[in-house]
Design a protein around this ligand. Structure first.
Ligand code: KDG
Ligand code: MG
Length: 410
């Protein structure tokens, strides 16, 4: 049975809302003749207006008159039909459309999205928090704060002695926001100092947390494969849940070297857009967790393909969930996580109160897990009146340079 009549499902409006309630978000709103509206996240941190224009100028006009129920066909139309396939801008735009259409379909079926995907595989979604501090002891204090909040899995990021900045360390420790200036801030990176420090952090953390807390760490693409192999080996005694993005992954083969040297689990994929970015990593079992998300990897339709491929190789999901992925993405991800059989963990960086007010949602955090709600659709809406009070505010991610000025991976 199709939800609604063909007449009711006709798309009558598609528009982009860019707003900045504490940080920038791009949201696509799709309206149907039957009065059901769906929304999708299309935020690409630091490149928001490129996606907004892609949608507004090239995609929205083509959606008018389409049947909102034909999610797969619309996905293929946008992917194949553009001729220029893949890439973060294209795939975030497709994700915005795809998410809004799943929202509409689930609302028309009067079901929470996870029911439409195949129903529950679990009753809660294990999440990890992002504890960070200016130095080792401050990071341990923050880790304890996260434990008190109920988290069972905690990613630790710390300032490194001798370096002014390190990835993942915020000015306000609970809300991490790296996109701070209209032009990229320049930061200095020193691999040797980091490699000398990171194992000490996790030795101390494991001692303080005991064996029952999952500890994670994000290397944020900053090592060479050989350096990553060394770090993975040095961290083995502290049993990490994962080491994330140890080296850039354009060359998927690079992970073979890391894999051959360490049993520390590896997680990759927050910057991936399609199944082709991770196909070799998965098929050669070079990673343990795939971090692709709803918003940057073509929406629910494409993420499901990636998860299904991963499941054949016992690779589990561990979707990106930083603050630059809007509550619309988080709500949708939680329905996906509730369904997906090979779920591993979900990142959960909290949004600010301002953001949450613009995107009312029915997911909630309790005892280290997130629970998606039971309302029809993905359970997240957009308060457009409130959003209008927060106009788009240009901000870009920082860049990193080595101590001699060489541009490095931020
Ligand atoms: O949350 C993470 O794992 C990140 O690496 C966050 C990224 O730096 C952030 O989403 C970039 O916009
Ligand atoms: Mg990361």
């Amino acid at each position: 049975m199709e939800e609604g009549t063909a007449k009711e499902r006709r798309i009558t409006g598609a528009r982009v809302v860019a707003c900045s309630p504490g940080r920038n978000f791009v949201t696509l709103v799709i309206e149907t003749a039957g009065g059901v509206t769906g929304i999708g996240d299309a935020t690409l941190n630091g490149r928001e207006l490129a996606v907004a224009s892609y949608l507004q100028d090239h995609v929205c006009p083509a959606l008018i008159g389409c049947d909102a129920g034909m999610i797969e066909d619309i996905w293929q139309y946008l992917y194949r039909g553009a001729y220029w396939r893949r890439g973060p801008v294209t795939m975030s735009a497709i994700a915005g459309v795809d998410t809004a259409l799943w929202d509409i379909k689930a609302k028309m079926a009067n079901m929470p999205l996870y029911q439409l995907l195949g129903g529950r595989s679990r009753d809660r979604v294990l999440v990890y928090g992002h504890a960070n501090g200016r130095d080792l002891e401050h990071t341990i204090e923050e880790m304890q704060r996260y434990r008190e909040m109920g988290y069972r899995a905690i990613r630790l990021q710390s300032g490194v002695p001798g370096l002014q900045t390190a990835y993942g360390v915020s000015k306000d420790s609970l809300f991490y926001e790296p996109a701070s200036d209209a032009l990229p801030e320049e930061q200095v990176w020193d691999t040797a100092r980091y490699l000398a420090f990171a194992p000490k952090l996790f030795e101390r953390a494991r001692e303080a947390a005991g064996p029952d807390i999952h500890l994670l760490h994000d290397v944020h693409h900053r090592l060479t494969p050989q350096e990553a192999a060394r770090l993975g080996k040095a961290l083995e005694p502290y049993s990490l849940f994962w080491m994330e993005d140890p080296t850039p992954a354009e060359n998927q083969e690079a992970f073979r070297l890391i894999r051959q040297h360490t049993t520390t689990p590896l997680a990759v994929g927050e910057v991936f857009n399609t199944i082709h970015d991770c196909r070799e990593l998965i098929q050669n079992q070079l990673i343990d967790y795939i971090r692709t998300t709803v918003v940057h990897a073509g929406g629910v339709t494409h993420l499901r393909r990636i998860a299904d491929l991963a499941s054949l190789y016992q690779v589990r999901t561990g979707s990106h969930g930083a603050t630059d992925l809007s509550p619309v993405c988080m709500g949708t991800a939680l329905h996906f996580d509730t369904w997906v059989p090979n779920f591993g963990i979900q990142e959960y960086m909290r949004h600010t109160e301002e953001t949450d007010a613009v995107f009312p949602h029915d997911y909630r955090f309790e005892e280290g897990a997130l629970f998606c709600g039971e309302s029809p659709g993905h359970g997240v809406s957009l308060d457009e009146k409130l959003a209008a009070k927060y106009p788009y505010d240009p901000k870009q991610l920082p860049v990193a340079r080595l101590t001699d000025g060489t541009l490095w991976n931020w």
